[in-house]
Write a protein that binds this ligand. Sequence first.
Ligand SMILES: *Cc1c(COP(=O)(O)O)cnc(C)c1O
Length: 410
Amino acid sequence: MADHPIETPPRAPSPVHRFGTLAVHAGSPHDPTTGAVIEPISLSTTFAQTAVGKPVGQYEYSRSSNPNRENFEKAVAALEHAKHALAFASGSATTAIILQSLAAGSHVISVSDVYGGTHRKGARCQSYVYARDRVDISEHITPETKLVWIETPSNPTLRLVDIRAVASQAHEHGIMVVVDNTFLSPYIQNPLDHGADIVVHSVTKYINGHSDVVMGVAAFNSDAMKERLGFLQNAIGAIPSAFDSWLAHRGLKTMHLRVREATTNATAVAKALEGSPHVIAVNYPGLGSHPHRAIALRQHRNGMGGGMLSFRIKGGHAAAERFCQTTSLFTLAESLGGIESLIEVPSSMTHAGIPKEQREAVGVFDDLVRVSCGIEDAEDLKADVLQALEKAVVASKITNRFAINGNGHA
Ligand SMILES: *Cc1c(COP(=O)(O)O)cnc(C)c1O
């Protein structure tokens, strides 16, 4: 027995397998020499060659390709119903490389309030279209337009974009469509199935899911795109490390469980907020009151709303700040999509770089609080939000009145 190489069963599940099966098995071969069920971390930067230009296996140098990165890319491709996936050092590096792949002078149309960082990068050659019920990009198309960038749900107002509708318009003009799917994860939404050409993720968020890796990925079907973006991945070298690839792959294997739980929690928190007299409005695509609920029902798995929501608190920016300092389970921090619940105030944190007028035009008011629900227990999260609202809105009013009466100062 020991003299024979270990027979490894075929480990690439066919597309007939469902999400959880693919998450666990796609890109997860048993180690061919030891039979290890979990892949080893391949830290070697270089790989031996038996003759000039004849490497022992398929690897030569770790920037060009690495077993852990490749396995992770295979897993993401399977989960996004894509032929190819390429991993990068961050979500931002992924965006930069896609924009870099366009001809110089290309024009990009961004639909909705895109991620702050994406905004910063594109400012010179971009047009912005707000995500309304029916997005019409036609008036923004120029002969130089090469790309439409969609974020759905948008950040931080959770507006939805009908990917199919935008892709149909763009494709009539030979324009490519990219969807940033970070907020929902591949478990809830698969943009390529709705006509997108490329789907991107900040792996930092739901795919890794444990707030301990910064990484990005792009998935697509075109072989020509694989050639072009693969060239830039290697040439620019903004690649994830073997260790990060391995960690992110481990996180990916439980994504469906985490995302389901985060959705359950966000639904409970959104309903509690909606029922509170201290809240002006709640943005959550899982609620019947969401203006784009019909899109969620078409585009999301079982109409799920995901783990992200935002809401406007009564009492302005001060109340928003107080709220974030008063929760005990939700941590005041940027980022999202981890096992732990986080909150932040976009107007002075993630979206502070966008001019106020522009921010408010897309609904990012000073009193907006963004919430990332983790996988704690729904009842505990709900109770935490409700007690923080009482303290941030009601208790502070009482304190203020006391201060005015007591000191005579306004
Ligand atoms: C975080 C984030 C990014 C950027 O990803 P990094 O991994 O932080 O570089 C891009 N898009 C969205 C929607 C994000 O939330």
